[in-house]
Write a new protein. Structure first.
Length: 124
């Protein structure tokens, strides 16, 4: 299994300032992550703080904000973890799903997601 990277543009909600970012696609991560250099340049500020657990069991707390992601001709707003300098830019499952994309595990490419709705049947 290989690593998949994709470039996209990130813009703070309601602002014009944007940054081009190279993301590691991590469908096992819930939220996307921006390293400190990137989110500081965008002027993002934490809107809330959440606790995260690393693969080795270490827990840490990070700020979370929101921004707009532009990837492969799709645009959507998604939560983003405000990482530290050593954190890598990750594209997580929430952002992928919000954009209507999924990671094909066989060829490691992003593909459109089949969007499903449910209907209830009303009986009079």
């Amino acid at each position: 299994m290989g690593l998949t990277y994709i470039e996209g543009t990130v813009t703070p909600t309601g602002r014009r300032r944007a940054r081009r970012v190279r993301f590691l696609v991590d469908s096992g991560a819930v939220y996307s992550v921006l390293p400190r250099l990137e989110w500081k340049a965008l002027g993002l500020k934490p809107e809330r703080r959440l606790e995260f657990v690393l693969a080795d069991g270490t827990t840490l707390t990070r700020g979370v904000s929101e921004c707009t992601f532009d990837l492969e001709g799709r645009r959507a707003t998604s939560p983003v973890v405000l990482g530290e300098t050593e954190d890598e830019a990750l594209l997580g499952a929430v952002t992928l799903e919000t954009l209507g994309l999924l990671l094909n595990p066989l060829n490691r490419t992003l593909q459109p997601m089949r969007m499903v709705l449910a209907r209830t049947t009303r009986t009079p």
